[in-house]
Design a protein around this ligand. Structure first.
Ligand SMILES: [Zn+2]
Length: 172
């Protein structure tokens, strides 16, 4: 799925954060899916995202990251795409974070699958953070959070310091 999605995106027409065409990202993403040796978040900094702003390739890369979650990648490669998706959805900027959020919302059940498989505390916490932003059904997510129990970091559990559901409730 990740190769199909990489092939589908119009990389040549997208300006990269480094001011070249985004074509070079296609190769990077393909290699990251095959080998966990590429530190994906670091490798895409200043091309796709930065601490202050997302760049034009962000929505295309978000779609590739979602496709990667549907694939059977190594656990390490899988977690890197999950983390990248999280930094795009929670990135800075005006329209691009919203576009990434809209795209990622179509993959909500892929994120619930992360919770269900509970493969590592990092992956489970990252998927939960994404769902806290994306899932409109707060009751469903709260039930999942309670069911997860100790699979979540302690401060993400119901009523705790960083409970993502409490903070998003006060934001609204
Ligand atoms: Zn670039």
């Amino acid at each position: 799925m990740v190769d199909l999605e990489i092939a589908r995106q119009p990389w040549d027409d997208i300006p990269c954060g480094c001011s070249q065409s985004a074509r070079h990202l296609a190769d990077l993403l393909r290699r990251a899916a095959q080998s966990a040796e590429i530190e994906l978040k670091g490798a895409t900094e200043c091309h796709v995202w930065s601490p202050v702003v997302l760049y034009s390739p962000a929505p295309a890369v978000a779609e590739v990251a979602l496709a990667a979650l549907a694939d059977d990648l190594s656990q390490q490669a899988h977690e890197q795409f999950l983390e990248l998706l999280n930094s795009l959805v929670h990135g800075e900027g005006t329209d691009l974070p919203e576009a990434c959020e809209r795209l990622a919302s179509r993959g909500i059940w892929l994120l619930y699958r992360e919770l269900a498989l509970d493969r590592s505390i990092n992956a489970t916490a990252t998927a939960f953070e994404l769902l806290a932003t994306l899932e409109p059904d707060r009751d469903r997510l709260r039930r999942a959070q309670i069911a997860l129990g100790e699979s979540l970091p302690w401060d993400y559990r119901p009523g705790m310091l960083n409970d993502p559901l409490d903070s998003s409730a006060t934001d609204e």
